[in-house]
Write a new protein. Sequence first.
Length: 442
Amino acid sequence: MKNSKEIELRQIFKYLESLILWRIRNNAADFDSKAPTLDLKKLGESNLGVFLKEEKLSETEIVVFLLAVAPSFYPSFFIDTISKEYPEGTDFVQFGGVKGQNHRGILPTGETVQFILGGTNFTRRMQCMDFFKVEHLFSKKDILYLENVPFGEPIMSGKIILSADIIYKITTGEVPAPKLSTAFPAEKLETELQWDDLILSQKTLQQIRELEMWLQFNDQLFNDWGMKNRLKAGYRVLFHGPPGTGKTLTASLLGKYTNKPVYRIDLSTVVSKYIGETEKNLSNLFNKAQHKDWILFFDEADAIFGKRTNVRDAHDKYANQEVSYLLQRVEAHPGLIILASNFRDNVDESFTRRFQSIIMFEMPGATEREAIWKTNLPKQLKISEEIDWEDISKKYELTGSNILNIIQFCSLKVLNGKSKTLTPEILQQGIRREFVKENRTH
């Protein structure tokens, strides 16, 4: 016996089949008054049915969406449907559609939409172009778009491309996290740590709490309190301070405690020596993040947001264009964007004026260093009574990252040794090793 999800999917595609056959038999008929309809009230069992109801698509939008979806569920759907009316086969140019490189069935095009919704009505056919405009919800929500066509070809002969995320959502019900690649130059940040593990000054912690507050209540402020037309969408903040002072961990914890994915973009790896490639790389990222409610964490922000250069040659000209492009996308992004830099002065002042917050991550003082030591030492580690953490914290200026490196080194030394105790000698080895690594005097 077939389950309810399978039955519903078959009903949905039976509707699409009946609609296509109706149009083939009634080229000039008016869609609004004559076409078969789909009863949305009866849907809700399958992932596809749930999506159609949740998105509140209009009847014509549902048709466009189902045309785009069909090949993913049933590769021969269009061929099988058309053959019911033309069993001997036909080119059937009116239907539009093209062959893919891998897909052996028919892939729908904008012309397919025009045929189903408009038939022979020229006015209605031209109105179908509205589905593929940037202001339409298909584009705004990154649901589907019309592929660009070779120069000289009709615009509507482009394939209807369904977002990969949408395909996963309506088939498996889950959207996998994107993987780091040139097309998506970002990696997901996650942490098992808690807020209590983040040791910062009270001033910095207070500013971080304000960011958490924005993440929790911004939607309510914009929509329920009617501030959408008065305030600019999104929130932009600069984290600056020495490496290892908690900038990345803070971003990770903000995401963890507000249930928002955090993606780290290392701008030093995104910037390309090839003109136009940087914009392309960043465009892919922003387009994907536009409606995902992600936190974007741009590390090494100096790589693009550094002091702007005077234009001496074509390379300088394009470098400044890249900066302008990124700034434009950052300002237009509706979510939280964090830019991180080791030095505030490295970031052009014209950019810092665009940020709602600028948060300094200072070198931890002696009190914070002692807390970092005690918070991060493994509970299983036996510590010599000769070690005075207050004295160690006052004597050695170290970042949280430095301290974690030392703890890791010392723990491994203890595990490898016979006494199984952290001695002052092992601790000094670890501290000395960290200072040497950074060319500092111990």
